[in-house]
Design a protein around this ligand. Structure first.
Ligand code: NAD
Length: 260
């Protein structure tokens, strides 16, 4: 379905971004990966997912908190692949603390990586998408883009912000073949959430399994984690012809979290 298209997925060396990159690769899209840590392993997983479709992969290590590096990444993608047809703004970090104790440097980093990076990547991707009259921008927000939790001020502010940015992008592109939507996951068991599971286990002196149940039980009525594979399938739907007129939605996949 996506043969000949190129998708750039920020923060795709791990977790949700990697799951989405694999799902888009399976549909035949070339993939530009981005993110820190091991690159060869994730890149091979994406290449494997797209092998039957004959996709190409690329990688750029831009730090998404730095606009100049985001610009270099977009230039790299255009040079290597012609243009970015699908942009998945996914890179994100978390920090948990009460507002009065929240380190200012962590606030700035979360706003830069979880929110401002999406603005920069979007503004740089849009001209080529509009010229081609086709494009998909998928912002990985969170259920925290819809509701709040204590001790997550920067994260909740950034995620509410990205839901707002999604709506504005969708309105500005509404008469065109470019769409913009947000995905709002509940708990997904990635390294970002495992840190919170570990903190719960330490705090209560309980096992890893019991800490997961405690975490789910506080917020997610289904008592199941959403998987990166499931989120990948939702991203594929947004890229499909059936998604042509889905614009500006914030689609939660959260086990009923926001329904309460
Ligand atoms: P993760 O820690 O597994 O992956 C984060 C990715 O972002 C990694 O590839 C990492 O290298 C990259 N990254 C971090 N800082 C970066 C930077 N400055 N520049 C470039 N890349 C950077 O986390 P995840 O759980 O897969 O989270 C992905 C996105 O999904 C985030 O935006 C997160 O807020 C969102 N999300 C996660 C959950 C969850 O339960 N895990 C729920 C809702 C939303």
């Amino acid at each position: 379905m996506l043969k000949g298209k190129t998708a750039l997925v920020t923060g795709s060396t791990s977790g949700i971004g990697l799951g989405i990159a694999q799902a888009l690769a399976r549909e035949g899209a070339n993939i530009v990966l981005n993110g820190f840590g091991d690159v060869d392993g994730p890149r091979e997983l994406v290449a494997q997912a797209g092998r039957a479709a004959g996709i190409r992969t690329g990688y750029h290590g831009a730090d998404m908190s730095r606009p100049a590096e985001i610009e270099a990444m977009m230039q790299y993608a255009a040079q290597e692949f012609g243009r970015v047809d699908i942009l998945v703004n996914n890179a994100g970090i978390q920090h948990v603390a009460n507002i009065q104790d929240f380190p200012v440097e962590r606030w700035d980093a979360i706003i830069a990586i979880n929110l401002s990076s999406a603005f920069h990547a979007t503004r740089l991707a849009l001209p080529a998408m509009l010229a081609a009259d086709w494009g998909r921008i998928i912002n990985i927000a969170s259920v925290h883009g819809l509701v709040a939790s204590a001790q997550k001020s920067a994260y909740v502010a950034a995620k509410h912000g990205i839901v707002g940015l999604t709506k504005v992008t969708a309105l500005e592109t509404a008469p065109t073949g470019v769409t913009c939507n947000a995905i709002c996951p509940g708990w997904v068991l990635t390294p970002l959430v495992q840190k919170q599971v570990d903190a719960k286990a330490r705090e209560h002196g309980i096992s890893n399994e019991d800490a997961k149940k405690l975490l789910l039980g506080e917020k997610e009525p289904s008592m199941h984690f959403t998987t990166p594979e499931q989120l990948g399938e939702l991203a594929v739907f947004f890229c499909s012809p059936a998604g042509d007129n889905v614009r500006g939605v914030a689609w939660n996949m959260d086990g009923g979290w926001a329904a309460q």
